[in-house]
Write a protein that binds this ligand. Structure first.
Ligand code: HEM
Length: 415
């Protein structure tokens, strides 16, 4: 069977995924058939279509048409004024876009306001750890997700990584705010705009000669790719918090998951792919995330930029949190293999410091261990760990800087 052309795929829209046979037709994709059951999803049921062949047909066709008819600059200009979830859409938007956005901004029927309120409490209590894990577990992991690294590098935003980091941080910031999904919050707006931006990338990247040379897919950001990136966020974050023994009541853990399930839905991920529990999330991540992690030249460059975060983050440079320290933190969080892929040098002092002192540091901060009973060296490094937490928090807070508007791209990275 021949690989479907981009046009065939777009024409067939989401239904292509039902043809599981396609999964074995593409050598680059062979070896990891989609077997995760929709019974474990928030929908509880579904066709079980392989998400590598499902994109976001409605948004994709619409945004492709906006780009092709030259409407994007005006749409972006108008959408800059649309910032709050409960705010009416600005006047003057093309009718087809308005129609779509009115539907896309609706919360899923399964969204649970009680859980979302509990998630707010969790985010407030755990904001410092969340900052570090979003930045150094999720952010650095994104550089070893080959498809994401390539897409980010060769899309328009790749030309200005500082701007892109801040825009991406906006989602991490918004989801943690007390009114995230409420009418006066901004998370729904951020998700809908991101959904449109992704649709733009799906239309534009296949025209990039640079991306085409290295990509192993014809259209980027499939539903499978979306879930991979999603797992690099809440799943990886929660795995680290658990590993560090941060005390988290089950209701808060579930609520945090719920806020990310709603986010996935609002980004256009189908409910049948969104895991309904941490067990399901961990199982799906083992299937879709772990096996695809790999180094790419693009990812190595992106990681290097992220490691300079101490100097990127507004409010920085943080004098003490140097690149070698962030390299060690990455090695500690993501392990030796990934750190070596990213060509992060070993740091004899700091690698050992994280290995032996980070968990006691968390325990002391949480009041579970007294400083007297902690390893003696912790006193010396406590300040540095605190600064790292502050950097993570600042990074996420940078997403709250006004004004940040996520935009539909109208071109690729020209470089
Ligand atoms: C843009 C979040 C999945 C590639 C964005 C933005 C956000 C975001 C907030 C807007 C920031 C900006 O415009 O710079 C997410 C989340 C995801 C996800 C939460 C999954 C849950 C993916 C995947 C890919 C991808 C799977 C590629 C494989 C991109 C690219 C842009 C973008 C290339 C930039 C568009 C431009 O250059 O203007 N994403 N993303 N994203 N995303 Fe995603």
């Amino acid at each position: 069977m021949e690989k479907p052309s981009r046009r065939d795929v777009l024409m067939a829209g989401g239904t292509l995924g039902a043809l599981g046979a396609l999964s074995v037709a593409t050598p680059a994709q062979a070896g990891s058939l989609w077997t995760w059951s929709p019974a474990g999803s928030v929908a509880g049921t579904g066709e079980g279509a392989d998400p590598r062949w499902v994109w976001d047909p409605e948004a994709d066709e619409l945004v492709a048409s906006l780009i092709d008819r030259g409407a994007v600059p005006e749409v972006n200009r108008l959408l800059r004024t649309w910032t709050k979830n409960g705010q009416p859409l600005p006047a003057g938007l093309p009718a087809d876009l308005r129609d779509f956005m009115e539907r896309a901004r609706r919360m899923p029927p399964w969204a649970d306001q009680g859980k979302l309120a509990t998630a707010v409490g969790f985010n407030e209590k755990r904001g410092l750890y969340l900052g570090v894990t979003y930045g150094f577990a999720s952010g650095m992991m994104s550089t070893v997700i080959p498809r994401e690294a390539r897409a980010v590098y060769y899309s328009k935003g790749g030309a200005d990584m500082r701007d892109r980091i801040t825009k991406t941080a906006k989602l991490g910031y918004d989801i943690g705010t007390s009114n995230a999904y409420r009418p006066d919050g901004e998370m729904i707006v951020t998700c809908v705009k991101t959904r449109l931006a992704h649709a733009g990338v799906r239309h534009l990247l296949p025209k990039s000669p640079y991306w085409n040379k290295v990509a192993d897919e014809e259209i980027p950001i499939s539903q499978a790719d979306m879930m991979v990136t999603w797992h690099s966020l809440p799943t990886t974050v929660m795995q680290n918090l658990v590993k560090w023994k941060v005390p988290i009541p089950p209701a808060e853990s579930e609520a945090f998951l719920h806020s990310w399930q709603v986010c996935a839905h609002m980004l256009g991920i189908k409910d049948e792919y969104i895991p309904n529990s941490w067990d399901e999330a961990n199982a799906q991540a083992r299937q879709v995330l772990d096996p695809i992690l790999a180094p790419t030249p693009e990812g190595i460059k992106l990681a290097d930029i992220l490691l300079n975060m101490g100097t990127i983050v507004p409010g920085g440079p943080l004098r003490y949190v140097t690149k070698p320290i962030l390299g060690s933190l990455t090695r500690y969080v993501l392990g030796d293999e990934i750190a070596n892929w990213l060509q992060i040098p070993r740091e004899p002092l700091w690698d050992g410091v994280f290995e032996t002192l980070w968990e006691p540091f968390v325990a002391v901060r949480e009041g579970l261990l007294s400083m007297e009973k902690a390893p003696g060296a912790l006193q010396k490094f406590y300040w540095a760990f605190d600064e790292i937490l502050r950097l993570g928090a600042l990074l996420v807070l940078s997403g709250g800087d006004f004004p940040i508007s996520i935009e539909i791209p109208d071109a690729n990275n020209p470089n």
